[in-house]
Design a protein. Structure first.
Lengths: 276, 328
């Protein structure tokens, strides 16, 4: 299986090229955010920046209400992620560990629930939230994001728990643990990577969602970051430097989230994927 | 009860095949409390799915049989018109061209995503650690940047006047690209949207497939090498069977995501120019929210759901029928 030198060099070159391709938009977002409006709208060829200014960041961050939007987004997203994880684990346990009537029916429900086009459920969801009196409140968004990421969360966690040998729990029970105790002490710690991988998905779903956020939240102070980001574009002009700076700011919490979970992410994907 | 065996297991000696725990059959001595346990644990998820997804879906089906415009929405009067919304859509040539476009777009996009991701996954396995980590970092970055930010960056890269792509093409000698508009035809608009989605979707699929490849024992590759198999044969005989179930799963997910995709298509050109990049999700939105014909919108959404069920039905069936409820 040894490869010749030319083979190895070719592979590395291809690898670096692919990496550059995937890196470029992020790079471009960042460098554009450091340019003055004059530099942005200049016909000069400017692949590599020659100067940098933080003015775009200053003006983005001092736009009225930024902190409100940020905290709204964080509340809604983290709330939805947490709720989906808790409810998801609770549901995944019996699916993976028990045989009971209705198990396959529930699995089918979970699978089919993922088919529903979110943008199509828009009107009935709007009516539902109106009837519940939740329109224009953060819980309405939280509920929607929780509901849309729940089926996927249950499905993934079910796969992960299935992948943890039941023998381990049985051994703990023989040693005197209760059923719940065995799960909590043995399986739950092993489920870490699974929880991480799954939460990444719900995080991304909720952090990105624009449509519901725009229509459910009529009051400005209740809106979230995606809506804030869209305010940089007006019908007549686009402040590219400003919008790129705002995008960087908007991407940072997601990057931090990835950074926190990344060590477990690949192992989580491994475990989940090997299970299929 | 006497049949319960305790097999002492040396740590780490579990063969991968036995890693799939067979959930035990309900024991005789379990009381009613324990038998109710699974249902109690499922209850929150069941309630959430039924109330927050099931009920809106049923309502959507109901609305699709009604004439529901702004007037009816305000007065709250239900005007039942049977399948009129459906016949109206299904006899509209515009609907059909949008439907065909959506299906072709989804198929091409899913195929491209899987192909690129598979190549990258195999590449990662053969790269030396340093290059592999560089590649993985840039993939994770592409994945982590929020969709809306990415969409905006792509618009900026493809900008007609000052976009870096046109500037670069001009530099490389293709002077006709000065001021070239990438969004002047539906096909090229959809191509840009496709690239954008590819860029966001490939990392997840590539990592998942790579993880699957890592699960193949090294000895199998060595054995293939000893038997004189070339790289292609090795891939066909060793890697392919190992990642097939994973490939099926990510295909299923990609079909769902790409078919229902709304945000990116909407953000790039709102389905333009002249509706030439409109997909079913956009059409549904235009009819519903923008045009206030909620009945027609619900009918389109229902047709979308039926289409998806037709395409994925076989897979869903297989998943639920297979022993553990999963294809692995």
């Amino acid at each position: 299986m040894r490869k010749s030198l030319t083979q190895r060099v070719t592979l590395s070159v291809v690898g670096v090229l692919v990496a550059l391709l995937f890196f470029f938009p992020t790079y471009w977002m960042f460098t554009t955010s450091l340019k003055t409006p004059g530099e942005v709208l200049s016909p000069k060829y400017d692949l590599f920046p020659t100067s940098a200014t933080l003015a775009n960041f200053a003006s983005a961050l001092t736009k009225p209400g930024f902190v409100t939007y940020l905290s709204n987004s964080l509340i809604v997203t983290l709330g939805a992620v947490l709720a989906a994880l808790v409810v998801g684990v609770l549901a995944a346990i019996p699916l993976a560990r028990f045989r009971f009537k209705g198990r396959k029916g529930f699995l089918l429900l979970i699978l089919v629930a993922q088919l529903a086009p979110l943008s199509a459920l828009f009107i009935p969801m709007y009516l539902l939230m109106r009837d519940l009196g939740l329109l224009n409140t953060l819980p309405s968004l939280l509920l929607v994001y929780f509901a849309t990421s729940l089926p996927f969360t249950v499905w993934m966690l079910y796969g992960f728990i299935n992948g943890i040998p039941y023998d381990l729990e049985e051994a703990a029970m023989i040693d005197g643990c209760s059923r719940a105790g065995a799960f909590r002490r043995v399986t739950l710690p092993l489920l870490g990577p699974g929880l991480v991988t799954t939460s990444v998905f719900s995080f991304i779903t909720a952090w990105n969602e624009f449509l519901f956020a725009l229509v459910f939240m009529q009051d400005k102070p209740k809106q979230t970051l995606p809506v804030w980001l869209s305010s940089f574009k007006t019908a007549f002009s686009v402040d590219w430097g400003g919008i790129m700076a705002a995008s960087v700011v908007y991407a940072i919490p997601a990057l931090i989230f990835f950074l926190i979970v990344q060590r477990k992410l690949v192992s989580g994907l491994t475990a989940g994927a090997v299970k299929g | 009860m006497t049949a319960t065996k305790v097999v002492p297991m040396p740590a780490g000696a579990t063969p991968p095949a036995s890693a799939r725990a067979t959930p035990e059959k309900p024991r005789r001595r379990t009381g009613i409390g324990e038998r109710m346990m699974p249902y109690l644990l499922l209850l929150p998820a069941l309630v959430a799915v039924l109330v927050l997804l099931g009920w809106p879906t049923i309502q959507m089906l109901g609305i699709s049989l009604r004439k529901l415009d702004l007037h009816e929405l305000v007065t709250g009067k239900a005007v039942w018109i049977g399948f009129d919304n459906y016949t109206e859509e299904l006899t509209d040539p515009e609907f059909w061209s949008v439907a065909v476009r959506t299906v072709v777009f989804t198929a091409l996009l899913v195929a491209a995503t899987l192909l690129v991701a598979l190549v990258i996954a195999v590449l990662m396995r053969h790269l030396n650690p340093v290059v592999r980590i560089i590649l993985q970092i840039s993939l994770v970055l592409a994945w982590a940047v929020p969709v809306i930010a990415t969409t905006t960056v792509f618009q900026w890269i493809f900008d007609q006047q000052y976009g870096i792509l046109n500037k670069t093409l001009d530099r490389l000698g293709f002077h006709s690209f000065i001021g070239y508009s990438w969004f002047s035809t539906g096909a090229s608009t959809l191509a840009v949207i496709g690239l954008l989605v590819l860029w966001q979707a490939v990392p997840f699929v590539a990592f998942t497939l790579y993880a699957g490849l890592l699960g193949v024992p090294r000895e199998q590759y060595e054995a293939a090498g000893i038997d004189g198999a070339g790289p292609w044969q090795t891939f066909r005989a060793v890697s392919w069977p190992a990642i097939r179930p994973i490939l099926t799963m990510v295909t299923f997910l990609s079909v769902l995501w790409d078919f229902n995709m709304f945000g990116q298509v909407w953000a790039i050109r709102q389905g333009g120019p002249d509706g030439a990049s409109t997909t079913l999700a956009i059409l549904q939105y235009l009819k519903g929210i923008a045009g206030s014909h909620f009945g027609s919108a619900a009918a389109i959404a229902t047709i979308m759901l039926v289409l998806l069920l037709l395409v994925t039905g076989r897979y869903v069936q297989l998943l639920v029928r297979s022993k553990d409820g999963e294809l692995a």
